[in-house]
Design a protein around this ligand. Structure first.
Ligand code: AMP
Ligand code: GLY
Length: 426
């Protein structure tokens, strides 16, 4: 079959790598892809939200399945665009409908969903300029820290953790005035949850689901989890503190009610659901921090290498609503990924630095994130997160060592990476 994969990050390189290993995969196209995805298929220069162009491409190239990597096209309704078009409707799109993608696209929607289906999460208040006074009084009654979240997509930047009541009240006013553009015309005020974070990933066809390997990502730029938030500087899977008993509780209290809730709402959801969790160790309580309507990045770069199944076959089963017939095979090995970032990221950074040494790496998976190839065939940096170096080993420590050794061998001006991925779990 011919497959179109939408996206251009490390997540999409990991998907392309895995899809291309399937005997079921004939042609793989990636829109727009990066210098890494082009090793497993053909990059096509169509923007991820240009649905008419993507639709035409699918018809012209006999595409049999579309896999959507990032949230933007999902929230913008790529699933609905295909299903409403007579010529495109029979091409399965792996990813939720626009309504399902609201679990990520609107924090207010996801909080109301969790409340309705008794899914444990932080207490909250939804605010617009209409109930600002109520919100100011609500904040005054809280014990800091107080969490403010822009309702809409804000490229991972829409969450503020305020340490005083006055700061939270001032920030709330700023947000409603457009600090994050239209994304913050609505705001969710949340109770701060203590604990350690991890993420679970679910593949669903809307009827049944499979729980994929869990992961933990490292969001801060600095070692010891310090400094600014990033898209993620590394990830590990499995997560040592996530015992089978903890996973069973998460399935019972969070995963199953989420899938059942989507069904009860009549929301079409055939794709990946990423659930960010906060685990309070002393209380042994796990609550939802957020939903995402897609796989994580860099979590995909540790989750996908642990899945031994043919991914095309799994996704086909999702499209046919026959996922219950599949059996997942997960390796017990540990996967670790370390992100090589451009100097300055997540602030201003330069692009188009020549990358050397990546092609010579063997024994690790080098997933490209922000890269492109120039006319001379050289690989250049093309984003803040440049590459994800994944290793699979018998234990987490060995995988960390292997990724760091490879990270040292790849060179580009300004290269930065964290050497302490997994530090809190040893
Ligand atoms: P989100 O975009 O909702 O994932 O939030 C980004 C990050 O902010 C999360 O990964 C957490 O580290 C932190 N965060 C969000 N909500 C809360 C909360 N209610 N309590 C504590 N930390 C939070
Ligand atoms: N690594 C966080 C995310 O993909 O949202």
């Amino acid at each position: 079959m011919n497959i179109l994969l939408i996206g251009s990050g490390g997540r999409e390189h990991a998907f392309a790598w895995k899809l291309s290993q399937s005997p079921l995969c004939d042609e793989l196209y990636i829109a727009p892809g990066n210098a890494g995805t082009s090793r497993h298929g053909t990059n096509i220069q169509i923007a991820e939200t240009d649905f008419p162009a993507l639709g035409h491409f699918c018809l012209d190239h006999s595409i049999d399945m579309v896999l959507v990597g990032p949230e933007t096209p999902l929230v913008a309704g790529v699933y609905d665009y295909f299903t409403k078009d007579v010529k495109l409707k029979d091409i399965p799109v792996i990813g939720p409908s626009a309504k399902g993608a609201q679990l990520e696209g609107s924090k207010a929607f996801s909080k109301a969903f969790m409340k309705k289906y008794n899914i444990p999460t932080a207490d909250y208040l939804e605010v617009t300029s209409d109930n600002l006074e109520e919100a100011i009084n609500y904040i005054a009654r809280q014990t800091p820290p107080i969490v403010l979240k822009a309702d809409g997509l804000a490229a991972g930047k829409g969450v503020l953790i305020c340490t005083t009541i006055a700061e939270a009240q001032a920030e709330l006013r700023e947000m409603l005035r457009g600090k994050f553009g239209s994304a913050s015309s609505k705001v969710v005020i949340e109770e701060f949850m203590e604990g350690i974070e991890f993420s679970v990933f679910v593949l669903t066809d809307g009827k049944s689901y499979k729980i994929l390997p869990e992961a933990k990502d490292y969001k801060r730029i600095g070692e010891g989890d310090t400094g600014l938030n990033t898209g993620g500087m590394g990830a590990i899977s499995p997560v040592p503190f996530v015992t089978p008993a903890l996973m069973q509780a998460v399935e019972r209290n969070i995963i199953r009610p989420s899938i059942e809730g989507l069904k009860a709402e009549g929301i079409v959801y055939k794709g990946f659901l990423y659930i960010g969790l906060m685990h309070d160790v002393p209380a042994n309580v796990t609550r939802v921090v957020e939903y995402n309507c897609r796989m994580g990045d860099p979590e995909t770069e540790v989750v996908i290498p642990r899945i031994e199944n043919d991914l095309v076959k799994l996704l086909q089963a999702v499209g046919r609503e026959e996922l219950h017939k599949e059996v997942l095979h997960i390796t017990e090995k540990s996967a670790v990924t370390v992100i090589l970032a451009a100097g300055g990221y997540p602030g201003a950074y330069e692009k188009e630095k020549v990358i050397e040494g990546a092609e010579e790496i063997s024994g690790n998976m080098v997933f490209h994130a922000g890269t492109k190839r120039n006319e001379r065939g050289q690989v250049l940096t093309n984003g803040g997160r440049v590459m994800a170096i994944t290793s699979l080993a018998d234990d987490m420590d060995s995988a960390i060592k292997q990724s760091i050794q490879a990270a040292e061998k790849i060179q580009f001006e300004g290269k930065y990476f964290r050497r302490d991925i997994g530090f809190d779990l040893k």
